[in-house]
Design a protein around this ligand. Sequence first.
Ligand SMILES: [Zn+2]
Length: 294
Amino acid sequence: MTRFHTAGLAAIMTTALAATAQAQGTPPPYATTKVDGTQNVYIFRFGGHQSMFIVTPQGVIATDPIGLRRPAAKTYIEEIQKITKAPIKYVIYSHSHFDHIAGGQPFKDAGAVFIAHRNAKARIDALKPPDVVVPDQVVGDKRNIALGGTTLELNYVGKNHSDSTLVMRLPKEKIIFTVDWIPLQGVQFRGMADNYLPDIEEGLKKVIAMDWEKLIPGHPGPGGRQTGTKDDARAMLSYLQDLSAAVKKAAEEGKCYDNAMRDVKMPKYENYPNYGAFLPMNVERYCDFYNRGI
Ligand SMILES: [Zn+2]
């Protein structure tokens, strides 16, 4: 086949694939959405990751660049600039995990100040990942960012999915953005790597006690749902408490690990799409807690 024909066929196939994807309801590779009921709060989604950003007359507060091995940050900046030409003043990291925070250099080049919890900076300083911008400033337990009439609270509620997770809260809009530990209609991811037990349950109680109505997580839920409510946080706390009780019993009966991973079932949550794949790994994590104290 000639080069021309190969290229032509590739173009036809690409078009056909795109048409098929559209017909099947596959979402486009990225999208920017204004959060309902707000004037200036947006969600930037790239693939299965998402970040919150806030537009004010004095500049933009952005969060996670989500640019690990992909050009998300460049697209993210272009999407912001379709809405405002005001400068991007801040980039705030949700926690230390690279899939959310890598790739921020284009924001740095544009002059943004990077902020993270102090434990995130310590982790980045220790591991020195080449594509993660080192935070310029750190947060301890609490800090408020005020810009152009908007206040964003940065709260630390203890260890949960990492030891550096911030709960970012917009008090006026009653919105929180916090990543990876309060999934929408899902069990916890795989083996709950880097999670702290039982601290995550205590953190959930603190988040539920805060004043907010809408949750923006770091990943959309089933059906592409991008925001949740306090019911999602309550459901996650119930899930972890139920899981903890079930695995505690299994551990006491000497069933950890293999028998517990096979036999512990949580029928109340079996409609969660990732239940079948991840429940045994969640059980394994709690077996570690009850058998080995970690
Ligand atoms: Zn994470």
